[in-house]
Design a binder for this molecule. Structure first.
Ligand SMILES: [Zn+2]
Length: 122
């Protein structure tokens, strides 16, 4: 292997690494918890901000360390609370009896996402 080839490979590897880190950084920074009640948008909350949000007077979620979890619910089964923490795009907590859903939305992620058409880069 010539020296120039080796340098090229090294540079390519470095670029890949930088892109990878930039991307994962972007991913965690761009995440939101999207709360819907009865199919209607209730609110969008930044996962970087630690907070507790009451959803109507039936449910309560807690955002901390970039994750969301249901901390209070008046549903009989409490399945939503037992679903634990979510943090990745597409993950969801559902409280069926109260028709409450909490979903993670990260606008920069791959795949079709009708909520973020302005971030599609050719
Ligand atoms: Zn529930």
């Amino acid at each position: 292997m010539k020296k120039a080839d080796f340098i090229f490979l090294l540079a390519a590897a470095a670029i890949c690494l930088v892109l990878f880190f930039a991307r994962s950084q972007l991913r965690t920074q761009g995440s939101f918890a999207v709360v819907e009640v009865d199919g209607e948008l209730y609110g969008r909350y930044d996962l970087r901000k630690e907070q507790e949000i009451g959803i109507g007077d039936t449910n309560r979620i807690c955002i901390e360390d970039g994750t969301v979890r249901m901390i209070e619910a008046d549903c009989p089964d409490h399945l939503c609370i037992h679903q634990g923490r979510i943090s990745s795009r597409g993950e969801m907590i559902v409280c069926l009896p109260n028709r409450v859903s909490v979903q993670i939305d990260a606008p920069d992620a791959d795949g079709p996402d009708e909520n973020a058409p302005d971030l599609i880069v050719g």
